[in-house]
Design a protein around this ligand. Structure first.
Ligand SMILES: [Zn+2]
Ligand SMILES: [Zn+2]
Length: 345
C-alpha cells in the first residue's frame, strides 16, 4: 500500500509498504479522507522523539474510511461499514479511563502520533481502541471528509464544555485559523450574543466572516476596539486559539468581570512561561482553564452535530489532494494557506 511516513525533521516520504496485518481483536480500515493538522506540521518541522530513520511513522490522526477487515473476535463492526475513528485511546482500566477520559490516560496512545495513523491506504485499529469504541459508524449521507473533521471539532468542543459558554455571553476568539473558526461556530451555536474574532491576517478574518456571518471581526488594536464595541465591559469569555504566549498574557486585559479564559492549544516547548498578574484573576473573579484533545463522548457528540447539519464544518475544507502530494500540502498548511487541507485516498 501507499503510505506517507515521517523519517525525521523535514523528511516525509510516500512509499510502498506492507498492508498492516491484524490479529483477532483488531480492525483494518481503508482510509478515505485524512486531514492535516497543526500537530502534523509541528512534527514535520521539528521532528518528534521516537521517530527517526529506523522508526518512521505514518502521521495523520483526523481520518475516516471504510472497514476492510475485522478480526475473528471483533463484534459490532463488519467489513464495508463507513466509519470515523477517534485517534486517542487509553489502557481502558485505570481510574482516568474508567472516568471516560481515555485520551489523558498515562498509557494513552494516538493513531498518527505514537503509532501509525491515517496518511496511508490502510490503517490498523488496535484492540484497545476497538474495544473502547474509538470507531464510530457514520450514516450513508455523511461524507468521509466532514466525518474526519469530528476530531478537531471535538477538541474545540471539549474546551467549550469546560469554559461553559452561556446564551447571551460575549465571546472573543483570538486566532482565525480553522480551530479559531470552529470555536466561533460553537460559540454561535451555544447562543453567544456577540462572537468577536481577532487575527493579524485580514485574509483569515475575511474567511471567518464568510463561514460564520454573525461573527464580528476585530483587526488592529483589540482592547480599544472591544471597549468600544462592549461599552467598556469587555467580554465574558476569551479563547486563545494561537500558540503565542503574548496572546495568553493579553487575554487578561480583554476579559471582563467574572470572565473565563480558555488557553486552547499548547505553546512551543521552552516558551510556555507567561507573565501574569494574579490580582487580575482575584479582583476580576476569573476562571482560567485549558483542555487537550477530547473524550470519546465528545467525539461522538460532534459527529452527531456534523451529521445533523448543526455545525457545517465542511465549509472549512479549502484544499483536497492525493497522498503523493502530501509534502507540498504540509508546506502550504505551515505557511498558513487556506483552512483545512484534506488528503483523499
Ligand atoms: Zn489534530
Ligand atoms: Zn488508562
Amino acid at each position: 500500500m501507499k503510505a506517507a511516513r515521517l523519517y525525521g525533521q523535514g523528511d516525509i516520504r510516500v512509499e510502498d509498504i506492507k498492508i498492516p496485518e491484524i490479529n483477532e481483536d483488531e480492525v483494518l480500515l481503508k482510509v478515505k479522507a485524512a486531514f492535516i493538522c497543526g500537530t502534523d506540521v509541528r512534527f514535520f518541522k521539528n521532528g518528534k522523539p521516537g521517530i527517526d530513520a529506523d522508526n518512521p511513522r505514518v502521521l495523520g490522526h483526523e481520518f475516516a474510511g471504510i472497514i476492510d477487515k475485522v478480526g475473528s473476535r471483533v463484534t459490532r463492526y463488519t467489513p464495508g461499514m463507513r466509519v470515523a475513528v477517534a485517534p486517542n485511546y487509553g489502557c481502558g482500566v485505570c481510574d482516568i479511563c474508567i472516568g471516560g477520559n481515555t485520551q489523558i490516560c498515562v498509557k494513552a496512545l494516538a493513531l498518527g502520533v505514537g503509532i501509525d495513523g491515517g496518511f496511508a491506504e490502510y490503517v490498523k485499529i488496535p484492540a484497545n481502541a476497538v474495544r473502547q469504541g474509538n470507531i464510530t459508524p457514520i450514516s450513508d449521507n455523511t461524507g468521509f471528509e466532514e466525518a474526519a473533521l469530528a476530531e478537531p471539532l471535538s477538541c474545540v468542543y471539549n474546551a467549550y464544555e469546560r469554559i461553559g459558554i452561556n446564551p447571551g455571553d460575549k465571546v472573543l476568539v483570538i486566532g482565525a485559523g480553522p480551530i479559531g473558526i470552529m470555536h466561533a461556530m460553537i460559540a454561535v451555536m451555544a447562543g453567544a450574543s456577540h462572537v468577536f474574532i481577532n487575527d493579524l491576517s485580514r485574509e483569515r478574518l475575511e474567511l471567518a466572516k464568510n463561514l460564520v456571518p454573525s461573527v464580528i471581526t476585530v483587526a488592529g488594536k483589540v482592547k480599544e476596539e472591544l471597549e468600544k464595541l462592549t461599552e467598556g465591559k469587555l467580554v465574558d469569555v476569551v479563547i486563545t486559539a494561537a500558540s503565542v504566549s503574548a496572546i495568553q498574557e493579553m487575554a487578561f486585559s480583554l476579559v471582563g468581570l467574572n470572565g473565563r479564559i480558555m488557553f486552547f492549544g499548547g505553546l512551543p516547548k521552552g516558551k510556555s512561561l507567561v507573565y501574569l498578574d494574579t490580582n487580575e484573576i482575584h479582583y476580576k473573579q476569573l476562571t482560567i482553564s485549558g483542555t487537550t484533545m477530547q473524550n470519546l463522548r465528545q467525539y461522538r457528540d460532534c459527529l452527531r452535530l456534523i451529521e445533523e447539519g448543526v455545525l457545517k464544518v465542511k465549509d472549512l475544507v479549502t484544499s483536497s489532494s492525493p497522498l503523493n502530494e502530501i509534502s507540498g500540502v504540509i508546506a502550504n498548511v505551515a505557511a498558513g494557506k487556506g483552512l483545512k487541507s484534506v488528503i483523499t485516498i
